[in-house]
Design a binder for this molecule. Structure first.
Ligand code: 4FL
Length: 265
């Protein structure tokens, strides 16, 4: 996958490109991350990228001519890379903003697995955002990473890159661990334990020491269902449970109510 990021703070991205899973994916050649700085496309000696908003009010808006130039440059790069490597597919321009659709694990999967579109241009805005006419003309998709306002689209862009990169075929080294992630089955993750067997007087759940792989898998699924029910009931509303899952969740609810004496359904 080829990702070009447009940002006036390109150094911020060293935080992800030099560490962990993403650094490995880049070294392995599974992922290429490059940066373009709108300032390099500005037309005055101060490298101005922002202007005061028409209609007045606080803040500044990223200028349409400068932003159009930097996006055009990224689109040309993508075109050239495609000519050099006929495996590369379509390019998508993505804008990060609180007005976008909610970025989820399943969206990350779609980006990682979509071979037709393996080239992304991520547009990270600053100030009050980018002139609307540029967004209208160039942006294919607008994504939000949560209902809060940040000081720019850089962290959201990094969040998207991280979530996508670890799902790229062969980047995780251990595909199984991606399949067992929270959300990969629409549920929260189960609890995890490591040595010692007793910590602060608390033992590890007996079943995990049993060596009975079937029983362990069933226990983990039940914990996942139970935690999702307790902490994120909204996730269960959109998920069709199997008969086995319904039975396990009912068991969890009974045990939960049994130990705190309340009358949750
Ligand atoms: C982008 C917030 C995506 C949440 C400020 C500029 C943002 C954001 N998701 N806040 N961009």
């Amino acid at each position: 996958m080829d990702i070009q990021v447009i940002s006036i703070f390109p150094e911020m991205f060293l935080a992800i490109t030099e560490h962990g899973v993403i650094a490995r994916a880049i070294k392995q050649g599974v992922l290429n991350v490059s940066l373009l700085n709108p300032r390099d496309f500005a037309n005055d000696k101060h490298s101005t990228v922002d202007g005061r908003p028409y209609g007045g009010g606080p803040g500044m808006v990223m200028m349409p001519d400068v932003m159009a130039s930097v996006i055009e440059a990224a689109l040309e790069n993508a075109q050239q890379r495609k000519q050099a490597d006929d495996k590369l597919g379509k390019t998508k321009v993505v804008y990060l903003s609180p007005q976008g659709q909610c970025f989820t694990h399943s969206a990350a999967k779609n980006f990682a697995e979509n071979d037709e579109c393996d080239s992304l241009i991520l547009l990270a805005g600053r100030y009050e955002g980018v002139d609307e006419r540029v967004l209208q003309r160039y942006v294919d998709e607008e994504w939000s990473v949560g209902d809060y306002v940040l000081s720019g689209g850089e962290l959201p862009a990094m969040i998207m890159i991280d979530a996508i990169a670890r799902l790229l075929p062969s980047s995780l080294g251990n595909v199984e661990s991606a399949e067992q992630d929270s959300f990969s089955n629409g549920l929260l993750d189960c609890p995890h334990y490591t040595r010692p067997e007793q910590f602060n007087g608390e033992p590890v759940p007996q079943v995990l020491l049993s060596g009975d792989h079937q029983a362990i898998e069933t226990w983990r699924l039940k914990q996942s269902l139970g935690r999702t029910w307790l902490r994120r009931p909204d996730l269960l509303e959109n998920k069709a449970l199997t008969a086995e899952e319904i039975r396990l969740l009912d068991e969890f609810k009974l045990e939960f109510n049994g130990c705190n004496g309340s009358e949750f359904e």
